[in-house]
Write a protein that binds this ligand. Structure first.
Ligand SMILES: [Zn+2]
Ligand SMILES: [Zn+2]
Length: 252
């Protein structure tokens, strides 16, 4: 299994998960033209995609989903709550994701995991194929027992480290947005990401990507310092960014 990102952060997210048998795009927060350009950077065409899987309806995840699906005839998978929040799914083949049931898609077993985030029915996903397990986990305000249970087995993990608590407090956001981002239905701080790694037991993780890193309220050195106590045994540590995402990572 391998995975890569077209871009990661509050201005747009999209992640590719692939095997030799299938390619799934998780979220698409970019315009169609930008998505095609960024796919090409990863040597991928829209025609290669089997489906789009959606985590939730915030614009940094959904902006390009319906236009891309329409243009290339791609099926879209999302929870009923997310579908309700999407203004128009006309001419799109939409499938409902039940957050309590795994789905088989493009050769993957995919496990949705409900997360605390201020959207209608947000989920994150774990992909299984060929003996590997890849967890995608961004856009959650706090760590729940359900999340720890679900992600314990992952040997690849794309994990949110959204903000440094001090930078957010002293940064440019208005007070209401600071409360939202830092709250239990917002985003994971560096310290929360580190605590989650400690809870999961990072020895098993061969590939870790820290993602959805705020450009205004975080810095790579702060992410790195926060997770350092838990990443000594991690095979490959990568930082996703808004402009470039990250290149293909392979799980063996
Ligand atoms: Zn987001
Ligand atoms: Zn969100």
């Amino acid at each position: 299994m391998r995975y890569a990102s077209l871009g990661s952060g509050s201005k747009g997210n999209a992640t590719l998960v692939a095997t030799d048998n299938g390619v799934v795009l998780v979220d698409c927060g970019f315009s169609v033209r930008e998505t095609v350009r960024r796919l090409a950077r990863l040597r991928c065409n829209p025609e290669d995609l089997d489906a789009i899987l959606v985590t939730h309806e915030h614009s940094d995840h959904i902006r390009g989903v319906v236009p891309l699906a329409r243009k290339y005839g791609l099926p879209v998978f999302m929870t009923a709550g997310t579908a309700k929040a999407v203004s128009s799914c006309r001419d799109v083949i939409a499938h409902e994701v039940n957050p309590h049931r795994s789905l088989s898609l493009a050769g993957f077993d995919i496990i949705p995991v409900a997360v605390p985030h201020d959207a209608r029915e947000p989920v994150q996903y774990i992909f299984r194929a060929g003996g590997n397990s890849l967890g995608i986990l961004t856009d959650l305000g706090c760590i729940t027992p359900h999340v720890i249970d679900a992600y314990r087995e992952c040997d690849g993990l794309l994990l949110e480290a959204n903000h440094d608590v001090g930078m957010l407090a002293n940064g440019p956001y208005p007070p209401s947005l600071k409360r939202r981002v830092g709250g239990r239905w917002g985003h994971l701080s560096n310290d929360q990401a580190a605590a989650l790694l400690a809870a999961l037991g990072p020895e098993r993780i061969q590939s870790l990507v820290l993602a959805h890193i705020s450009e205004k309220n975080n810095a790579r050195e702060l992410v790195s310092a926060a997770v350092a106590p838990h990443t000594a045994a991690v095979g490959n540590l990568t930082y996703a960014c808004q402009a470039q995402g990250f290149p293909w990572q392979t799980l063996l």
